[in-house]
Design a protein around this ligand. Structure first.
Ligand SMILES: [Zn+2]
Ligand SMILES: [Zn+2]
Length: 272
């Protein structure tokens, strides 16, 4: 069966999307999906700039939940709609993130790193005065720290997101170059019973591979990891389920026979 669940998407309830929930749902139905999970941003202490004013990435969860309940009810005979969030992880916000994780009956929590030691890796400043390799390594080190200090998430989002933004993007990036730190991340995720996602969003931005790259997904599997969700990270309806046939190919290449959908934070395994 083709992958029919898109478990990473945003709507107007995220500060970087203007898409009404309903438009995202209608497009998901049109694409033949049977399950979607909204994962609106909660990224506390995001640096304030003109483009990112204070609180831009702090979803109003009450408003989101209200809208979600109306939509879930309205389309209940056409598609399963799940209620998730993408939590921006940083050790300094771990306690507040924990409170968010407990306050709502969430289906899925994606833990993501959009910041690295308080800095935004999508800004050129992050790379200034050092090699790309040093910057990427700092990003991976901070992921390891996040996983060590925080456990209230289900899957780690776009594990090598940083490679979108370096001076050479993913041209000189490979699993082998960062094998030591990536292995420590994967082993700790597996030890904690956490999953990863295949995030196809980078392909839209011109990257060669999904997040994380295929070799990292293969390594997660070979180390004993079984929990893997699939997400487009769509912020507009057009991008829903983009490159899902590629994601499916990668699952097969890496030896997965199932992918995962979370409901009430519990994994359900769906046969490919
Ligand atoms: Zn993200
Ligand atoms: Zn996202």
């Amino acid at each position: 069966m083709p992958v029919s669940a898109d478990c990473h998407m945003h709507s107007v309830h995220s500060g970087d999307s203007e898409a009404p929930m309903e438009e995202m749902i209608l497009q998901s139905i049109a694409k033949g999906l049977d399950t979607i999970c909204f994962t609106e941003h909660i990224d506390l202490d995001f640096p304030v700039t003109d483009l990112d004013p204070e609180g831009k990435f702090e979803c109003d969860m009450d408003e989101y939940y209200k809208d979600y309940c109306i939509c879930r009810e309205r389309y209940s005979d056409k598609i399963r709609i799940l209620f998730g969030t993408e939590l921006g992880l940083q050790p300094s916000v771990a306690d507040r993130n924990k409170a968010y994780a407990k306050a709502y009956d969430l289906d899925l929590i994606i833990g993501s790193s959009h910041l690295c030691n308080g800095a935004d890796p999508s800004c050129t400043d992050f790379y200034r005065g050092r090699s790309e390799k040093e910057a990427y390594r700092e990003y991976f080190d901070s992921i390891l720290e996040n996983i060590t200090t925080f456990s209230d998430f289900d899957v780690y989002g776009h594990l090598d997101y940083v490679v979108r933004y370096g001076p050479n993007a993913d041209k000189e990036y490979s699993y082998d170059t960062y094998r030591d730190i990536l292995d420590r991340i994967l082993m700790l995720l597996i030890e904690k019973g956490k999953g990863i996602e295949i995030n196809t969003g980078g392909l839209k931005k011109g990257l060669r591979d999904v997040h994380p790259c295929t070799d990292v997904i293969r390594r997660y599997k070979s180390l004993g990891g079984e929990i893997i969700t699939i997400g487009s990270d769509a912020h507009i309806p057009e991008n829903i389920a983009a490159y899902f046939s590629r994601a499916e190919e990668i699952l097969n290449i890496c030896g997965f026979r199932y992918y995962t959908v979370f409901e009430h934070r519990r994994p359900r395994f769906v046969k490919l």
